[in-house]
Structures are given as C-alpha cells and as structure tokens.
Design a binder for this molecule. Structure first.
Ligand SMILES: NC(=O)c1ccc[n+]([C@@H]2O[C@H](COP(=O)([O-])OP(=O)(O)OC[C@H]3O[C@@H](n4cnc5c(N)ncnc54)[C@H](OP(=O)(O)O)[C@@H]3O)[C@@H](O)[C@H]2O)c1
Length: 360
C-alpha cells in the first residue's frame, strides 16, 4: 500500500487562510518539500512560503497541469474550484475540495471521517469537506443519536472572521485599531468609523460589532451559510428529513467558531448520558464544569483539532431536549485537518494509488 508521505500533493489556494493551515499540518508531518506544489492565483507567483527548513515557491494554478499530483487539496472560492477541479480529475488526480462547489452534488461524498469515512470508497474523483460550522455540529449530533433519534435541531453560530479568509482577518485588525485609536470604541456611541475606515469585506464594520449575516440572503430570509448547515448536516448524517434550523452570526473573533445548539430528541437523553457519549466520541472533548467557569471558548480551542463541547444541560422548555455549546477551530477540524483526515482515509482504505505506480 502507498504511504501518504510518498504522494505528490498540490495545495491550491496555498496563500489563503486554509491553504496555510494545511501547509502547517503537512510540515508537522515532515511531508517532503519536493512532493508539494503550492498553487495560488497569478498575483502570488514569485512569492514563497516558509516550509520546514526552506520555502515553497508559489506557482500559478491556472497554468498547472496536475500531471504529477496524486492528490490536490483545493481551498479557493467556488468559481475557481469549478474551473480547476475538473482539470485535476481529468489528469487522474484525486481532489479534496474545501469549498461549496461540489458539496451537495450527489456524485460527490461529503465527508467527516469520524461519521462517514467509509464513503470515500465511492468517490469519482472529487471528495468535499463540509462547511466549517457543519462539521462540529454533525459530529455532536452523530454522537448523541446513539442515545435517541433526533426530533429537531436549532443552532445559532458565533463565527470567527478567518472563516471568510485572510482579507477578513486583516479587516478586523484594521478596523479595531482605527476604532481604538479614534476613541470610537470607548465612546457611548457605536464605534462606526466608516467615514475614516470603511468596511470592505463585510457589509458593516466587524470591529466591536456582531453581524447577523454570513453570506447573502435567500428569498426565504435564511442566508446561504444557514442553508449550507441545514443541507450538509442532512447529507452527512443520512437524515434527509432532519428538522433543523440555523442562524449564522459573525463575531469579532480571529479564529474558532462557536455554536449554541438546541436538540430535541424522540426520547429523553440526560446531560450525564450526553456527556458520556460525547466524551467517548473520537475527536470530541468535553469541557463542562460551568461552576468553575470551564466551557469551550475560541481562546482554548484555537490551534487544536478537536471539537470542544460544554454547557450541556436539560432544556428547561422541553424535558426531551438538551442545550449545549461547542467551539471548533474553523481552520483545523473545520477545514485543513478534516481534509487531511480524508487524505489519510483514502490512503488507509487503498482507494488511492500513486500515479505511475507499478502494479503487482
Ligand atoms: N476559512 C475557513 O475557515 C474555511 C473553512 C472551510 C472551508 N473554507 C473554504 O475554503 C476555501 C478557501 O478559503 P480561505 O478562507 O482559505 O480563503 P482566502 O484566505 O481568501 O484564500 C483564498 C485562496 O484562493 C486563491 N485564489 C484566489 N483566486 C484564485 C485563482 N483564480 N486561481 C487560483 N487560486 C486563487 C488565493 O490566492 P492569492 O493569494 O494568489 O489571491 C488564496 O490562496 C473557500 O472555498 C472557503 O469557503 C474556508
């Protein structure tokens, strides 16, 4: 069987928030530099990114042939993915795509390895990873459905700006600094400095603010992000009729998304049983001691690959309901780490062969 360190890898979107997180993970594995192609837009050609003891040079994705790459991790916007992924597949490269372009395509498995890793076996060239808010929610629901069928889920997200990419991280820095320097952040007035530092990434300043909009709105009043959470959760869990509703909110946090989750079960599930199931679920850690102020937060979850769950309690409005809080690093389990786990899964299951490898 081929080993993952022997494979040629293309990282498309290497200069972006997810691409950089992926390179860091590959670096931690000592994946040889000569087997990684780092690709981005033509704007980045000539730039280098530090990697192990050296650096990788950025190549133009639009002129890359993918003939060498066994696997391409694609972390770019949907329009670019839709152009590049078919070219890579045609060259015999397995695509692991981070974006929204293929997730709901019936021919594309949408994978969280802890839940449906076996589905890598039916890929036809492209495997998608879910949206960064969907992955931790789906893992929690998968753990808890072992105790009872789920009747209904309601979730509110508190999403970090890195979920929008590098430009949004810079915008939070820039606008926060302006609001502080101008005194606006401390005034009785909302520190809107749009006259001196207009927001460019979001429709409003994200500095010292909370924006109840993640992506555009659809005619039904829900945002695209909210629809993603609903549809992707149903697809991953194989529950096409799951009753689920979400409100997605952007908060002025750099990294790690948090979620308040309300779950109604068909039968009663006690908080004690929920804690037990979650603590035993791979990739989930329970941090639940509210009386000592122990609960998941971006400050403790950032840089870690697990989904952290706490504030687990009986819903006072429904004896068959639970309420909980989770935090998950959007760039790791929400993106790059999940992508790398999928890579490991295809290698482990022998679904991937190195290009030009001699067959026995
Ligand atoms: N951020 C998250 O938490 C997260 C989580 C899950 C999934 N995702 C998905 O992952 C994808 C990337 O997100 P991100 O946050 O990493 O975005 P980002 O920080 O804005 O990075 C975008 C990347 O795409 C590259 N790019 C732009 N136009 C290109 C083109 N025409 N050809 C080739 N490369 C091009 C950029 O290269 P240049 O630097 O050269 O412009 C950059 O490397 C998106 O689909 C996003 O929805 C993101």
């Amino acid at each position: 069987m081929v080993r993952s360190s022997e494979l040629n890898i293309a990282v498309v979107g290497a200069t972006g928030a997810v691409g950089r997180a992926l390179l860091e993970l590959l670096e931690q594995r000592n994946h040889p530099i000569e087997r990684i192609a780092a690709l981005a837009s033509s704007r980045s050609v000539g730039k280098t990114l530090p990697y192990l003891d050296g650096a990788v040079s950025i190549e133009d994705a639009s002129s890359h042939s993918f003939t060498e790459a066994d696997v391409a991790f694609i972390s770019v916007n949907s329009a670019v993915s839709l152009q590049l992924a078919p070219l890579a597949v045609k060259a015999g490269t397995l695509v692991i795509d981070d974006g929204n372009a293929f997730r709901m395509d019936a021919k594309v498995p949408l994978i969280v390895p802890e839940i449906n890793g076996r589905e890598v076996e039916w890929h036809s060239g492209i495997i998608s990873i879910p949206n960064c808010t969907t992955t931790p929610l789906a893992m929690v629901l998968d753990a808890l459905r072992a105790a009872s069928d789920i009747d209904r889920v309601t979730v509110a997200t508190y999403q970090a700006v890195s979920g929008t990419g590098s430009a949004a991280v810079e915008e939070l820095q820039r606008l926060s600094r302006t609001a502080l320097d101008s005194g606006g952040a401390l005034s009785h007035k909302y520190p809107d400095c749009s006259d001196i530092a207009p927001a460019e990434v979001y429709p409003h300043s994200i500095a010292f603010n909370v924006i109840p909009q993640v992506e555009d709105f659809k005619p039904d009043g829900y945002s695209v992000e909210e629809h993603k959470m609903v549809n992707e959760t149903r697809k991953i869990l194989g529950l096409a009729d799951l009753r689920i509703s979400s409100t997605c909110v952007r908060v002025p946090v750099y990294r790690t998304h948090s979620e308040a989750v309300h779950i109604d079960f068909k039968e009663t599930v006690t908080p004690h049983r929920a804690r037990e199931l979650l603590a035993n679920y791979p990739g989930v850690e329970v941090e639940d001691d509210p009386s000592n102020s122990v609960y998941p937060m971006p400050s403790m979850a950032t840089g870690r690959s697990q989904v952290f769950v706490g504030r687990i309690r009986q819903d006072i409005s429904n004896p068959s309901g639970l309420v909980l809080w989770l935090a998950c690093d959007n760039l790791l389990k929400g993106a790059a780490f999940n992508a790398l786990q999928i890579f490991d899964e295809v290698v482990r299951r022998g679904v991937l062969r190195k290009k030009n490898q001699k067959m026995n």
